[in-house]
Design a protein around this ligand. Structure first.
Ligand SMILES: Nc1ncnc2c1ncn2[C@@H]1O[C@H](COP(=O)(O)OP(=O)(O)O)[C@@H](O)[C@H]1O
Ligand SMILES: [Mg+2]
Length: 237
């Protein structure tokens, strides 16, 4: 594998008495686009949260750019270049689009806003609109744009297409493609929209009971209805 950006080594994590990740291991190359799929409740969100430091590890290790980050707090991991867009859109509804973006700027200059607006022209049109006035798709764009202002080298996207109309999903996926091409940022995308996620990603992991049960090329998985039906429970259209 090319230079590795992320390694999970036998990660065990969960909530209270429940163990969700049962020794999750996988590795990702720099600039890679990885889709993570699997049935509801198999631990996809928990895996992203464990990478980000939002759920403590009971055992195992998370390495980012070779560094063991297992004991670091989420903001420390963010400072190293991890970006996270949670499943619930993480915006301030009472602030405008621009104010939401400014809140994500930290020490960067305002010109970084132009990059966000170039990626999502819709946000530029709506820069004075309140967060609560945005459509679901626009809120999702804002949530992604804000994470990008932290200049991550690895972006974790938790069901970014959820609840969005097909045309808006297409618009978001196009933005993700442009982002990958222009910046070489590595992306983990968790999706129930399996066909769309596999169309975007290069490689795919299938999770079940908190471990990887299938790993391979995204296009190959798209062409493998048996594996999809068995582990994802979903016919691809
Ligand atoms: N905060 C929580 N407290 C207790 N159990 C949780 C919590 N979050 C998730 N779970 C449980 O952990 C399991 C895995 O959840 P999750 O990682 O969200 O799965 P996925 O994202 O693949 O649907 C599920 O059984 C879920 O009910
Ligand atoms: Mg989830």
């Amino acid at each position: 594998m090319a230079e590795s950006i992320l390694q999970l080594e036998a990660v065990v994590a969960g909530y209270g008495p429940t163990t969700v990740l049962n020794g999750l291991s996988f590795e990702m190359a720099a600039q890679e686009r990885l889709a993570m799929v699997g049935r509801n409740g198999v631990g996809k969100t928990t895996a992203l949260r464990a990478i980000m430091g939002l759920v403590p590890l009971r055992s195992g290790r998370v390495r980012f750019n070779g560094q063991d980050v297992s004991a670091l707090a989420p903001h420390q991991r963010a400072a190293l270049g991890l970006g996270y867009v949670p499943q619930t859109r993480d915006i301030f509804p009472s602030l405008t689009v621009e104010e939401n973006l400014l809140a994500g700027l930290k020490r960067r200059s305002r010109s970084a806003l132009d990059e966000a607006y170039a990626l999502f022209p819709r946000l530029a049109e709506r820069r004075r609109n309140g967060g609560a006035q945005l459509s679901g798709g626009e809120q999702q764009m804002l949530s992604v744009a804000r994470a990008l202002l932290g200049q991550p080298s690895l972006l974790l996207l938790d069901e970014p297409l959820e609840g969005l109309a097909p045309l808006i999903r297409l618009e978001l996926l196009n933005a993700f493609r442009n982002l990958s091409q222009q910046t070489g940022i590595a992306v983990v995308i968790v999706e129930q929209q399996v066909d769309e996620a596999l169309g975007y990603a290069e490689r795919a992991l299938v999770l079940d009971h908190g471990i990887v049960v299938h790993s391979g090329g995204a296009a190959a998985l798209l062409d493998d209805p048996d594996t999809l039906e068995r582990w994802v429970g979903m016919a691809v259209h």
